[in-house]
Design a protein around this ligand. Structure first.
Ligand SMILES: [Zn+2]
Length: 427
């Protein structure tokens, strides 16, 4: 994080999307992009959720929220499928209590997605457990929910938890988040130091278990060394569920060329993420702007540890309108640094395609977890990504691979490896 998260969140919350159909676009090209967008399966591999948004008889994911993703927004934007993130942070210590707390939150998130697909809206969205489930559910006229676990901290030191979460429907797993876990070093180790010089002994066992139970290993958050070791060790292809190319934006969350080339050899896929500070290294906001944003946030009682969108939602309508007009004024007085746009996202896609080929790249948003860029700031704007791909000359076949084909290929490869491992040594 380069400056206090409240400032970052306020910048994101304040910026207005403008990257839509441009005056200069040929109407035939736009019409072609619309047709392609309608035909391809669009799949986003990283959307965060709050389990409280999946309760009955109140505003929820089905009837619509202020979140960047919910069912009405997915329908409006033609976002067909999403991996919902079973994310939990971690305690500083590695105690049974800390593990239990994270485990319980992970289970609550899994249950929220089960409730969505079995109780709240089973006629509109289904849970996919296999790659083949995705087209099957779509043929039934449904959107598709999938689940991926972000941070293996919640597994604790009990290796059987890999199968337990796999049985609940979790289909990818990252071994760490923004700090080392009992399983792996994190990308943050570059500045904070490493604990394991890559994977821990338990982390290595977890990779074997994930291979056996058909869970894709996600290399978005662990350290470079951990990722190279994971790709050496795994029997199946891996994914990076939400990262970009480090050659274009020097951020620890991005994959450098060495990791991308290893990913190509591994047969995996990097899901380029619509996260402002991973796509472009913007100039720092002026100290005057930071001071003004901090003061405004304090005045309106907004948290300084993220969650600004949620806090804004709790303000009375009048107070919120007042906040918005004050924010506009502040943007005029102290202009924000430029925000990454859909064209930056596709620059990263182009870069990955040039380096490792069209078969190893996909798309993710990190919506409701810090993601969102100019032109794709919520699920309703998903078409803009397809439009930019068409503008760059990608064919429908290539766009199909980028939007979901590559990811589903990896998912089905992982299923095959699991079936082979189980046939070789049954449980
Ligand atoms: Zn993340």
């Amino acid at each position: 994080m380069r400056y206090p998260s409240i400032v970052f969140a306020l910048i994101a919350a304040a910026a207005a999307a403008s990257c839509t159909v441009a005056q200069t676009d040929d109407p035939a090209l736009v019409a072609q992009a619309r047709e392609i967008h309608d035909r391809v399966t669009t799949l986003d591999t990283h959307v965060d959720i709050n389990p409280d948004n999946f309760l009955v008889d109140q505003p929820n994911y089905v009837n619509g929220l202020e979140t960047q993703v919910d069912l009405p927004k997915m329908e409006e934007g033609g976002l067909d499928a999403a991996f919902f993130s079973i994310f939990q942070g971690q305690q500083d210590d590695f105690t049974p209590e800390g593990y239990q707390q994270a485990h319980d939150l992970a289970v609550a998130k899994v249950e929220a997605i089960h409730r969505l697909t079995s109780e709240l809206a089973p006629d509109r969205i289904g849970l996919a457990l296999t790659a083949a489930d995705v087209p099957r559910l779509q043929a039934e006229g449904k959107m598709v929910a999938l689940m991926g676990m972000e941070n293996g901290y919640a597994l604790g030191e009990d290796i059987t938890n890999v199968k337990k979460f796999a049985d609940m429907g979790v289909r990818y797993l990252s071994l760490a988040h923004s700090g080392f876990s009992q399983l792996s070093d994190s990308h943050a180790g570059e500045t904070e130091g490493y604990r394991w010089n890559g994977l821990s002994p338990l982390g290595r066992e977890v990779i074997s278990e994930a291979n056996r139970w058909g869970v894709m290993i996600d290399i978005s958050h662990p350290s470079k060394q951990a990722n190279l070791q994971a790709m050496e060790l795994t029997r199946a292809p891996v994914i990076a569920s939400h990262s970009a190319a480090r050659a274009l934006a020097d951020h620890t969350r991005n994959l450098d060329d060495e990791q991308l080339l290893a990913l190509q050899r591994n047969g995996g896929v990097v899901q380029v993420v619509a996260f402002d500070s991973y796509l472009t290294i913007a100039p720092e906001p002026t100290p005057e702007r930071v001071a003004a944003l901090t003061a405004l946030g304090e005045e309106f009682g907004l948290p300084n540890d993220g969650g600004v969108r949620a806090a804004l939602r709790t303000l009375a309508e009048e107070r919120r309108a007042e906040y918005e007009s004050r924010m506009e004024e502040l943007d005029r007085d102290f202009p924000p640094p430029p925000w990454a746009a859909v064209s930056d996202l596709v620059d990263h896609i182009d870069y990955v395609v040039d380096l490792i080929g069209i078969d190893h790249v996909g798309i993710s948003s990190d919506f409701d977890g810090g993601g969102g860029i100019d032109g794709w700031d919520d699920a309703t704007e998903t078409f803009n990504v397809t439009l930019e791909l068409v503008r760059r000359g990608y064919t429908e076949e290539e766009i199909t691979k980028i939007w979901s084909g590559n990811l589903l290929r990896v998912m089905s490869d992982v299923e095959l490896v699991a079936a082979e491992l189980n046939a070789a040594s049954p449980e």
